[in-house]
Design a protein around this ligand. Structure first.
Ligand code: HPA
Length: 267
């Protein structure tokens, strides 16, 4: 199936050779609107699922940004939508087959660290897989990666430093920390957020970890950026809603785009 998917995409994109793949999280899809040269709806791509989340468009977008060929996912597949974990990470395998070397994973997350504020951007330094599953379960595809991949540096230290440096240069303040993924779709309880904090998480969310795991397995470098959209449950007294998350992502989107464009230039 993977070969069929890649053939389909290649026939649509001609000479385009993306070295960078970006997954745009909730409310952060605007980069793809701004730079769209070729787009392919997920619905027409063999092997792809259809994204069902509000605020996610559901298409692959190809564009040259700051001199680099980039493929963007405008909307991703989440485990909580009912997709198998293998379907969630399928596009990352497609990225690899298209020649992508670096994957930038972005998401909307809840702030566990009490010093974070809504609309802050956080560079992910490491993650905790609390989803109760792993996308590499099942027969291993040795052509892509090894059975027991090393996860000691999922988020390339060099690139964490690069993003921080770029942030300073373009005047975008960055938080940094550990991202914990839970399945969702319910937000966490205050006790779960307390657990996340005790376990070492600075932010919680419902994505990114499966994609990062597969990207590293397949030999790609990973950059992770969270938009802290709200204080996670119990950190502040206000309740949570998806609307609030989208609103905060909207506030952050300009600095997010400034940062990502400049990072692309330097990769
Ligand atoms: N928890 C989990 N996922 C999220 C949150 C949250 O508080 N905010 C945005 N995505």
């Amino acid at each position: 199936m993977l070969e069929k998917t890649v053939e389909y995409i290649k026939q649509k994109i001609g000479n385009f050779k993306p070295q960078i793949g970006i997954v745009l999280g909730s409310g952060l899809g605007e980069l793809a609107d701004e730079y769209c040269q070729i787009s392919i709806n997920y619905a027409e791509i063999p092997g792809f699922e259809v994204s069902t989340v509000k605020g996610h468009k559901g298409r692959l977008v190809f564009a040259e940004i700051n001199g680099k060929d980039v493929v963007m996912m405008q909307g991703r597949f989440h485990y909580y939508e009912g997709h198998s974990i293998q379907k969630v990470v399928y596009p990352i395998k497609v990225f690899k087959k298209l020649g992508v070397e670096t994957v930038i994973l972005t998401n909307a997350a809840g702030g566990v660290n009490a010093s974070f504020n809504p609309s802050d951007l956080m560079i992910i330094t490491d993650h905790i897989n609390f989803m109760g599953t792993n996308p590499l379960i099942g027969e291993n595809d040795d052509s892509l990666g090894t059975r027991f991949p090393d996860m000691s540096e999922v988020y390339s230290v060099d690139y964490v430093e690069l993003v921080k440096k770029v942030g300073r240069e373009v005047g975008v303040d960055l938080q940094e920390g550990v991202y914990m993924a839970l399945t969702g779709p319910s937000y966490e309880t205050p006790a779960e957020v307390q657990m996340a904090r005790i376990l070492g998480a600075d932010a919680v969310g419902m994505s990114t970890v499966p994609e990062a795991t597969v990207a590293v397995w397949a030999g790609m470098k990973v950059i992770g950026i969270s938009c802290i959209c709200n204080s996670a449950a119990g950190v502040s007294t206000v309740g949570l809603s998806h609307e609030e998350v989208i609103k905060a992502a909207n506030t952050a989107k300009d600095k997010f785009k400034t940062l990502v464009k400049e990072v692309i230039k330097k990769l």
